[in-house]
Ligand binder design. Structure first.
Ligand code: ATP
Ligand code: MG
Length: 483
């Protein structure tokens, strides 16, 4: 099996085995992908004993740097050679779950303990690194057989209840490798669905993020929907039937942007999330889900931070401050209640006129709502556009839109090709045109800013965009005709 490991990584692993001996194992995704003959990036080493000591020894050998987390018994080594990957060293551990959906209690243990705390048999494989038995697979849970059969299987009956993020993980691996979730596991997933409510918004968001990074995201989302996962996170929530094509549009937009907008701040994550919502999802649903996935978590964090700073700050005050900061101030009559670990904010006098306001925070979803709304509006604005539209009119139409919305529209096949070309032309050329004469120039020449002055500047710039003025001197002589 070791012939599948690229030579430079093979050398690193052998050196770890020479230093750490029988205490060191390669584990997790790397071993799984090795057996599947797929490339893998993360190198995770488990040490039965002191992981930090082994990591420091490797740092000395490779002249790299080491980042240590003493409280977790873990360390990351980055070799000096930039072509080599960073390597995580973790002390073998046992995990016990006190309450469903919460984080586990961790104590140190053996390699067997460490493998048995893992999610699925295919992820619970280890490879020995000691010189004597380098490359030998340790399989305590039938992982090799499951890999051969293409089966996702948990290691014990309570697994999904202990940690319902494993429901997302099961569908993610099934979708990625074209594997089947074992029938017994499908039953266990159904039984664990009610525990999804206990997961924090942040952990759910994290899992959705990871699904959206998969090429087969539509298949994975489909399976999660079949299990009823979204409905359990948020009653009534459904992934839109157009997800697959919206996701493809998002992927095309990201690919186009990474090729053509290299020096710009183009964030692909919100664009992927936009496909999660689809252009037809009502905004109130996005807001409601945002509240569940983002705001709940933020409020909890801010409140505990305020408490920690020893000032006795009232919940009301903190919540008002949070909303103020987010740009959605609550009215004085807003009532803020905390039931069973959940926040309910009822604002009868909210400016939107709705009885209840669910507002999202600064996290991912907040960044999505704006470009998503913009994308919808832009599609509408483009509908009546005549083909003879002048560049200056295109400029004026597209200027207010965020880049993400423009890029998405430019690859959206439901829009006429010539319209998409105009948008690309705007993105690549038009929006970067510098005006021959700026407001600054006019002020320098003694003019006072006025609305007339603005109209004139725009007229000059429009003529420039439409190719009617080709030189600075022409712009100045045209300006004189205005006076
Ligand atoms: P990927 O290719 O998606 O990164 P991976 O196997 O590397 O897959 P990670 O999420 O990076 O997955 O986690 C590394 C390993 O840690 C997994 O292989 C698994 O053994 C273990 N693990 C991760 N998350 C969980 C979990 N929620 N419950 C139990 N074990 C987990
Ligand atoms: Mg990984």
């Amino acid at each position: 099996m070791t012939p599948n490991i690229p030579e430079p990584i093979l050398n690193l692993l052998q050196e770890i085995g020479e230093v750490g001996g029988e205490e060191t194992y390669l584990v997790g995704g790397f071993v799984r992908d090795l057996l599947l003959k797929r490339p893998s990036l993360d190198i995770d080493i488990v040490v039965e004993g002191e992981a930090i000591r082994v990591a420091e020894a490797m740092r000395n050998r490779w002249n790299g740097t080491v980042h240590v987390h003493p409280q977790f018994g873990t360390a990351t080594v980055t070799p000096a050679n930039q072509h080599l990957p960073k390597i995580d060293f973790v002390t073998a551990r046992r995990e016990t779950y006190e309450s469903p959906g919460a984080l586990p209690i961790v104590t140190y243990g053996t390699i067997t303990d460490d493998l048995c705390r893992r999610d699925f048999s295919i992820n619970a494989l280890a490879m020995r690194l000691d010189t004597k038995a380098f490359g030998t697979i340790v399989d305590k849970t039938g992982g090799i057989k499951d890999l051969e059969r293409g089966t996702i299987r948990v290691l014990h009956k309570r697994s999904f209840v202990d940690d319902p993020t494993r429901i997302f993980r099961a569908c993610r691996y099934a979708g990625r490798y074209g594997f089947r979730i074992a029938d017994s596991d499908s039953v266990l997933i159904q039984e664990a669905l009610p525990v999804l409510v206990e997961l924090s918004g942040e952990r759910i968001r994290n899992e959705i993020d990871r699904v959206l990074l998969e090429e087969n995201a539509p298949r994975i989302m489909g399976q999660l929907t079949e299990f009823g996962v979204y409905d359990s996170i948020f009653p009534g929530w459904q992934i839109s039937p157009s997800f697959a094509s919206d996701f493809q549009t998002a992927q095309n937009a990201i690919a186009w942007a990474s090729e053509h907008l290299v020096d710009e701040k183009f964030q692909s994550e919100p664009v992927r999330w936009m496909s999660f919502f689809s252009t037809r999802t009502p905004i109130y649903q996005i807001e409601a889900l945002s509240f569940r996935l983002v705001l709940t978590h933020q409020l909890r964090r801010l409140v505990s931070r305020a408490q920690a700073s020893q000032h006795s700050v009232s919940l009301e005050k903190v919540t008002h401050a949070v909303f103020e900061k987010l740009g959605f101030p609550l009215s004085q009559n807003a009532s803020i209640e905390h039931h069973n670990g959940k926040w309910c904010i009822v604002d009868a006098d909210s400016p939107t006129g709705e009885g209840t306001t669910y507002v999202c925070g600064e996290g991912n979803l907040y960044r999505i709502e704006t470009p998503l709304t913009a994308y919808r509006q832009l599609k509408q604005e483009l509908t009546p556009l005549p083909e003879a539209t002048k560049p200056s009119e295109i400029y004026r139409l597209l200027k207010p839109y965020p880049i993400a919305a423009l890029v998405l529209t430019s690859v959206d096949r439901s829009i006429a090709t010539w319209k998409r070309e105009k948008i690309r032309d705007y993105l690549l050329v038009l929006r970067k045109v510098e005006p021959f004469i700026t407001g600054e120039d006019l002020i320098q020449s003694g003019k006072k800013p006025s609305s007339e002055f603005e109209t004139q500047l725009w007229e000059l710039f429009a003529a420039q965009l439409d190719g009617k003025i080709r030189k600075k001197e022409e712009a100045y002589s045209r300006l004189r005709t205005f006076v």
